[in-house]
Design a protein around this ligand. Structure first.
Ligand code: F6P
Length: 531
């Protein structure tokens, strides 16, 4: 089949997988272990300090062969090479997708602009280094000459979730006397209660916005400007040392009044949800220091190289993507759970929600055709062991198929042997119990565990900056692989526009209430009675 007319459903592999799903849906994973003596060895692999065991999946050798065939028959390899070559694979916005360039080394990129790109990237990262080091060593002074004790990152979506996750995940390395705060929601209670606890003389605000047009971010920024004006008597506080802009739209930041030297730029070809590696990561560099920030980039680069060079059937992001496709498209799973057994990764599920659902929640193909098969799964989760005492009931005895990613660090220098043994023991106990199940004792059907619930287990040697970078890049590439096979553009997000426009219409003072739908009008009328 010509690649331009490609649809996954037109491949032989897709057809074979449909057939296999009819006969293999009831296969017992435990029986596959009995049949396949090499299963554990065959279905586990190492990339850097990440180890993936995917043997607890509902996947026989036949199914696996067809999933690999699907990857080979799809657009994946051409699409992957096009991304790393800087082709404009984000067609609806005519943009290249080069977040991997931010963590590349000279020669990694396969574009003719390789050198130019790298020198621009290096300059931008150098700016991040300089600013972060000045803040960390106390030589960045506020308007009254004091050093910075608190940094407030104002941004939403990708301008919030990545930096917030990284600062939390790598809190082991955080600066002892600089606190980082994240404000995303336009809910005034958030920004106002945060500011009330801060000293304006020692507060630095980073306005993080790729476009520098986002309503929530600009309103939160305005509230901080007012606060500086009221508390320090600053006029045009945005021009003071209390403000920094992190953006791909420097002209908008300049027009806002931020001095050029305080605008940390990044390129258009960095998607918002892929931007923690860019100057959007300033708060990370301030928190953990630029050398560790660079280690995070190096870990992501290691995963980029693995993704580009490892054979398809030994390629961690490809393997995880194919497993997700098997469950979504052939076994009708609606969602997938991510359960880190590490409290410092508590924000990982919400980070992955944007990465995965904003990228692959699409119903139009790259050829502009409506899609007739499932695309992006619903991603959800929370840390173990907390989740065990909340939603694990449904995982063990519910009626839905929910494939799970269990994630843990083998060593944790912030914990101790006793806690860590119990934590990891719980994770392994859960994945094993979910797979094996248990027969009900006589006359106690409510104690039946069906088992056969699939999971991956991903172990990092430790939660270092490098391994964290590799982990995030792994999921970025997993999402990319799925988008390629599903033949969708994983790098635009037109779906969020309609709601934004509607909200703006409703906020317009000239709003004609009679033009509203009956339910919305009713809600307005109800609120009017209360306010
Ligand atoms: O509305 C969705 C979105 O565009 C996300 O993709 C993005 O991460 C977020 O808004 C914030 O955008 P910006 O960084 O331009 O403020």
């Amino acid at each position: 089949m010509s690649k331009t007319n490609y649809s996954p459903t037109g491949t032989d592999a897709w057809h074979n997988l449909e057939q296999l799903s009819k006969v293999e849906a009831n296969t017992r994973i435990t029986e596959l272990f009995d049949l396949e003596t090499d299963r554990v060895e065959r279905m586990s692999l190492q990339a850097g300090e990440l180890f993936l065991d995917y043997s607890k999946n509902l996947v026989s050798k036949n199914v696996w062969r067809q999933l690999i065939a699907l990857a080979n028959e799809s657009n994946l390899l051409t699409h992957r090479d096009a991304m790393f070559c800087g082709d404009p694979i984000n067609g609806t916005e005519n943009r290249a997708v080069l977040h991997a360039a931010l963590r590349s080394e000279q020669g990694d990129l396969r574009t003719s602009e390789d050198r130019d790109r790298n020198s621009t990237i290096n300059q931008q990262l150098e700016h991040v280094r300089q600013v972060s080091e000045k803040v960390r060593n106390g030589s960045w002074h506020g308007s009254t000459g004091k050093s910075i004790t608190d940094v407030v990152n104002i941004g939403i979506g990708g301008s919030d979730l990545g930096p917030k996750l990284a600062c939390s995940a790598l809190s082991e390395f955080s600066h002892p006397s600089i606190n980082i705060h994240f404000i995303a929601n336009v809910d005034g209670a958030e920004i106002l209660t945060t500011l009330a606890k801060l000293d304006p003389e020692t507060t630095l605000v980073a306005i993080a916005s790729k476009t520098f047009t986002t309503q929530e971010t600009l309103l939160n920024a305005k509230t901080t400007l007012d606060w500086f004006e009221e508390t320090l008597g600053l006029k045009s506080a945005q021009a003071s040392a209390h403000f920094i802009a992190l953006t791909a739209s420097p002209s908008n930041a300049l027009a806002y009044g931020i001095p050029e030297s305080q605008i940390l730029e990044f390129a258009e070809w960095v998607g918002g949800r892929y931007s923690l590696w860019s100057s959007i990561g300033l708060s990370i560099a301030i928190s953990i220091g630029f050398p560790r920030f660079s280690e995070m980039l190096a870990g992501a680069r290691e995963m980029d190289l693995h993704f580009q060079n490892a054979p398809i059937d030994q390629n961690m992001p490809v393997i995880m993507a194919l497993l997700g496709i098997w469950y979504s498209n052939f076994l009708d799973a609606q969602s997938t759970a991510v359960i880190p057994y590490c409290e410092r990764l508590q924000l990982l599920p919400s980070y992955l929600q944007q990465l995965d659902m904003e990228s692959n929640g699409k119903a139009t193909s790259l050829n502009g055709q409506p899609i007739t098969y499932n695309t992006g799964a619903i991603v959800w989760g929370q840390t173990g062991t907390n989740g065990q005492h909340a939603f694990f009931q449904l995982l063990h005895q519910g009626t839905r198929l929910v494939p799970i990613d269990f994630i843990a660090a083998v060593k944790d220098s912030l914990s101790n042997d006793e806690h860590h043994r119990v934590l990891i023991g719980n994770m392994l106990g859960q994945s094993s119990a979910l797979m094996k199940g248990q027969a009900a004792p006589e006359s106690q059907p409510h104690r039946y565990y069906a088992g056969n619930k699939p999971s991956n287990t991903l172990l990092m040697d430790s939660l270092s900056a490098k391994n964290f970078g590799a982990l995030i890049a792994l999921y970025e590439h997993k999402v990319f692989v799925q988008g390629s096979i599903w033949n969708i553009n994983s790098f635009d997000q037109w779906g969020v526009e309609l709601g934004k426009n509607m909200a703006n219409k409703l906020l317009d003072s000239d709003l004609d209430h009679d033009s509203l739908d009956a339910s919305t009008k009713n809600l307005f009328d109800h609120m009017k009675k209360i306010i």
